[in-house]
Design a binder for this molecule. Sequence first.
Ligand SMILES: Nc1nc2c(ncn2[C@@H]2O[C@H](COP(=O)(O)OP(=O)(O)OP(=O)(O)O)[C@@H](O)[C@H]2O)c(=O)[nH]1
Ligand SMILES: [Mg+2]
Length: 311
Amino acid sequence: MVEDVDTEAAPPAPATRCGFIALIGAPNAGKSTLINALVGSKVAIVTPKVQTTRALIRGIAMEGEAQLVFIDTPGIFAPKRRLDRAMVKTAWGGAHDADIAALLVDAKRGLDDDTLAILEKLSEVRQPKVLILNKVDLVEKASLLALAQAANARAKLEAIFMISALSGDGVADLRTWFAGHVPAGPWHYPADEVSDAPMRHLAAEVTREKLFLKLHQELPYQSTVETDIWTERKDGSVRIEQTIYVERESQRKIVLGKGGQSIKAIGAASRRELTEIMEKPVHLFLFVKVREGWGNDPERYRQMGLEFPKE
Ligand SMILES: Nc1nc2c(ncn2[C@@H]2O[C@H](COP(=O)(O)OP(=O)(O)OP(=O)(O)O)[C@@H](O)[C@H]2O)c(=O)[nH]1
Ligand SMILES: [Mg+2]
C-alpha cells in the first residue's frame, strides 16, 4: 500500500502581533470606561469625579491574532500635591513606554487647557499617536469635525476616532485598527488573561470606587484603600480585610458616618461587586485609620503602584 506523502510544508501559522497602547488624557475623559469596554470586563474603576485613576492599569484584549495590551493611566493635569505629581509622571511614563499613544478627549469639553497642554507635550512622544474623541453621545456631530481639525493641527496623528466608551459605539473599530497597527511578535500574556493586576489590588480599587461615589469634596482625594488580608476559605468563600486611610480624625468620622452608616454602605456596595467579579461569596471587613500625612509616605505609594516623587 502506498501512502500519500505530503511533501509540501505545512502552511505557516498566522503571525502573532502584540503591542502596548497607552490611553492618556485629561481627568474624566473616559479612559477607564474605555479600557473596560475594550477588554470586555472591569479592570479599572470609573467614577464621575476627576482623578479617579491613580496608577497604571493594564487590560488585555485579544483581536484575531493580535494581543492588545491597553494601559489605563491617571488623568494628566497641572499637579499641585505630591500624589498629583506622582500620578501625572506615571501617566507620561505610560505614554513613552507604549507602542502607540492614544489621546482621549472628552468631546463635550473639547480642547480645554488641560488637553491643550497635553497635546503640546505629546509632540515629545515619538511613538505613533492617535486621537480618540469620546462621549460623542453628548455632542452634535458637526462640532466633532472642527475639534478633530484643531487637534490635528497641533500634533501629528495617525488616525482619529469618534466613539462613545459608555455606549460602546465605535469601540470595536478601534480594536480592529489597533490590531492592525501593533508590531508583529509573540504575546506577552496568556490568551485568556484580562489583567495582570493581582485580585487584591482590584479589590482595593473597587472599595475606593465606592468611597469616591459615596463621599464628596476633598475626602476621596485624602483617602486611600489597601487590602491587608486575603484568605481563601475551605467553603469556597474569601475573607478580605481592607484599610481605608484618611488624613484626619474628622475625616474618619465622615467615612464612618452616623452610627457607621457610611462605611456600611461602602462595604455593602464593594462586597456586592466583588462577589460578582469573583463569582464566590465574599466576606469584606473594612477598617478606617487616621494616618496623617499618608500623602507623603513612600509605603502608601508603593502599595498604590506609584513611584514616590522626591518632592
Ligand atoms: N456620556 C458619556 N459619558 C462617559 C463616556 N465615557 C465615560 N463617561 C463618563 O465619564 C466619567 C469619567 O469616566 P472615567 O472612565 O472614570 O474617566 P477617566 O478618564 O478614567 O478619569 P480619571 O481616572 O479621573 O482620569 C464617568 O462618569 C463615565 O461614566 C461616554 O462615552 N459618554
Ligand atoms: Mg480613570
